[in-house]
Design a protein around this ligand. Structure first.
Ligand code: HDD
Length: 709
């Protein structure tokens, strides 16, 4: 295990000062009084009533009663880690933000990943968007990039955010389902909001069920501005590209992982960091000159649209490495307060109405969640740059501001703290010319809701398209009100008729002859229908390879966890050879057997068993190896759990290596697909050599196998 301490981000010394180690120290009350008995309350006699006087008991219970704070209204379930961002390519032509101009500079970061809909204790593997929020502790103040693992959003205007969240959260009358969008209220809302269809396609894709938080892309979603020393602005879209590539699990697998280990992602991130496999992401930017603002067939201010990478390539400028787990979940991951409005000079907003609304919401929510306007003083939220202003007092104030002056201008404190000049890093909002009527409306340039939904669907491989269709079938089959299913199928016809038909067929809905005018309750009541009719601009065949996971497959071996099932006495050479090969490629072999303890190979070498057949499951591994040897081979299949392991690995298209007698193995396995026509190992995409297995592993999954199922 690598030492995850002494990483560059130890600069966050403030946080360290607040940590407490208890070695060789006596227990005390909150007032520092040493406690002599923490087992018994104070009583009137051995069997008598407890006394009100017991201040130690009262203090302990009072604190306990108040230990919970309100969980986040969205993104409640999260996992966080410390790290560092290092710039390798300067963006000084476009921005004055020092984190993006000083090449080689290392900026400490804290990153929190999250699901959106579920409560704090819900499962990691819900079908959901993942939050991807990064706090950069820069020398110029904190900068937060509060994004998601999908580049677009469900709605265009913050006005609809509470409706979206109410619709996806458990239904209010019975508080079910937890952490799931497969229910009436969500699909009712979506079916009435065509603007949400593009993001819905993403949410139904494999992006919504990641293999690991370490294997997700991140996106700033909105168009932001970079502003340079000359105060010239360039539009920018931010991207995080994981070095491990983007990988997902199957929906059946996701549901089973949720039962077998609902902390799967949380543990995966934690263990990777503890084992020194620090996850890394490249930060990329898409830069759009101001004069090109109106060159696209969508509006850059519309968060339901992405800028295709085929039109504006992503330029990589630096790398984020997460290298230290939090010392305390509550203090750091729970209390961290992100805000898209935490800005530094050189970065600025656009008028995206979703972003503009967010700028209000995040401070407001911290006030209710963390309970005080002093939430910036919580160690994880502190800026490295000392905070100096005339804000005073309030609940739980930590800072002791000295002196008589708490206002500006003043003479008493020589005018301090004073306003910083722009040239000295004083923040100055980009001076965008605004000229318009005060009006409550949606821009006409926001009205094409289908072109990019179709672009996304067209860009997927056949396998990925099938997964989207399967997801829609699953989700909509859980909708109990037929008219909602009908409305949804109608919406889907505007994206792809064949896809809509495949969904309709299994959810008991007839495909409409012709997709009717999209219902859009989200539009203003008096918006003109004529314009609505002319909304779809996109040629039906447009696609962009960057939007597919499978077309961009890379690095599927590193850090993967492989189960080696053996009951003992397997050939020593076989195991050592595999172990070395997998280690060299960065994968991890875990010995799984019938009970904990040790087993011996045929040369008498002992090895530790990592997990047992009764405490683990195939869905928790990336691949399976069945050992050979007297006690293994096809006899392994007589263990009910081994057979289940094999079937799950097979059904989830994962790499499998059979080292025993292959022919008999297939017979014994009794796979449904082999019943009619006997198939060979290679026809089933099962390997019988270590090298073959490694090559299968590098593909992540044998998607071809899905056709056999
Ligand atoms: Fe949000 C949390 C991302 C729209 C209101 N949001 C939150 C988090 C992420 C995002 C990653 C969790 C941060 C953490 O880990 O603590 N939100 C987004 C993205 C959006 C978006 C990418 C659209 C592009 N959000 C959005 C809107 C609103 C909010 C339109 C309200 C008008 N979001 C919140 C919030 C949360 C939040 C209620 C809950 C907890 C928190 O802020 O700190 O204020």
């Amino acid at each position: 295990m690598k030492d995850s301490k002494n990483q560059p981000n130890q600069k966050l010394g403030d946080l360290e000062k607040n940590t407490l180690k208890n070695e060789n120290k006596a227990m005390t009350t909150d007032q520092g009084l040493k406690i002599n008995d923490d087992q018994n309350s104070l009583k009137a006699g051995e069997r008598g009533p407890s006394l009100l006087e017991d201040f130690i008991l009262r203090e302990k219970i009072t604190h306990f009663d108040h230990e919970r704070i309100p969980e986040r209204i969205v993104h409640a379930r999260g996992s966080g880690a410390h790290g560092v961002f290092k710039l390798h390519t300067s963006l000084s032509k476009y921005t004055k933000a020092k984190i993006f101009t000083e090449v080689g500079k290392e900026t400490p970061v804290f990153t929190r990943f999250s699901t959106v809909a579920g409560s704090k204790g819900s499962t990691d593997l819900a079908r959901d968007v993942r939050g991807f929020a990064v706090k950069f502790y820069t020398d110029e103040g904190n900068y937060d990039l509060v994004g998601n693992n999908m580049p677009v959003f469900f709605i265009q205007d913050a006005m609809k955010f509470p409706d979206l969240v109410h619709a996806v959260k458990p239904e209010p009358h019975n508080e079910v389902p937890q952490a799931a969008s497969a229910h009436d209220t969500f699909w009712d809302f979506i079916s009435l909001m065509p603007e949400s269809l593009h993001m819905t396609m993403w949410a139904m894709s494999d992006r919504a069920i990641p293999r690991s938080l370490r294997m997700m892309e991140g996106f700033g979603v909105h168009t932001f501005r970079l502003v340079n020393e000359e105060n010239e602005s360039t539009f920018v879209k931010f991207h995080w590209k994981p070095k491990l590539g983007v990988h997902s699990v199957l929906w059946d697998e996701a549901q089973k992982i949720s039962g077998k280990d609902s902390d799967f992602h949380k543990k995966d991130l934690w263990n990777a960091i503890e084992e020194g496999d620090f996850p890394e992401w490249d930060l990329g930017v898409q830069l759009i000159p101001e004069e090109d603002e109106h060159k696209f067939d969508f509006d850059l201010l519309d968060a339901t649209k992405l800028v295709p990478e085929s039109e504006v390539p992503v330029q990589l400028v630096g790398t984020m490495t997460l290298n230290r787990n939090p010392a305390n979940f509550f203090a750091e991951t729970e209390q961290v307060a992100f805000h898209p409005g935490h800005l530094i000079p050189g970065i600025d907003f656009t008028n995206d109405p979703l972003l503009q609304g967010r700028l209000f919401s995040y401070t407001d929510t911290q006030l209710s969640r963390l309970g005080s306007p002093n939430f910036h003083e919580i160690p994880i939220n502190r800026s490295i740059n000392p905070v100096r202003n005339n804000q005073r007092d309030g609940h739980m104030r930590q800072q002791i501001n000295e002196g008589a002056s708490s206002y500006h201008p003043n003479t008493i404190a020589d005018g301090c703290p004073f306003q910083a000049m722009m040239k000295d890093g004083g923040f100055h909002s980009h001076e965008e010319r605004i000229d318009g009527n005060k009006i409550r409306t949606r821009s006409r340039s926001f009205m094409d809701h289908f072109s990019q939904a179709r672009l996304f669907f067209n860009s997927q491989t056949k396998t990925e398209q099938q997964h989207i269709i399967n997801a829609l079938q699953f989700e909509l089959s859980k909708v109990t009100r037929p008219h909602i299913r009908e409305n949804m199928v109608n919406q889907l016809t505007h994206i792809d008729r064949k896809m809509a038909q495949e969904v309709a067929e299994v959810i008991g809905v007839d495909l409409p002859e012709k997709g009717t005018e999209p219902v859009n309750e989200g539009k203003p009541a008096d918006a003109d229908q004529e314009h609505y009719a002319s909304i779809v601009k996109d040629p039906k065949t447009r696609s962009d390879d960057a939007l597919s996971i499978i077309k961009n497959l890379k690095n599927a071996v590193k850090t993967r966890k492989i189960a080696y099932i053996s009951m003992g006495n397997h050939p020593a050479e076989e195991f050592n050879d595999l172990d070395q090969k997998l280690k060299a490629a960065g994968a991890k072999l875990k010995v799984v057997s019938s009970k904990l303890g040790k087993i011996k190979d045929d040369a008498g070498n002992e090895m530790e068993i990592s997990e047992t057949l009764f405490n683990t499951d195939a869905v928790l591994y990336d691949g399976l190896i069945l050992a050979s040897g007297k006690m293994n081979g096809t006899e392994l299949l007589s263990h009910g759990k081994v057979k289940a392991f094999v079937m799950e690995t097979f059904n989830h298209c994962k790499p499998m290596l059979v080292l025993s007698d292959a022919d008999t193995f297939i017979e014994e396995l009794g796979l449904p697909c082999c019943k009619k026509k006997r198939k060979t190992l290679s026809e089933l995409f099962i390997d019988n050599t270590g090298d073959g297995f490694l090559s299968s592993l590098s593909k992540h999954r044998h998607w071809e196998r899905e056709k056999l199922l």
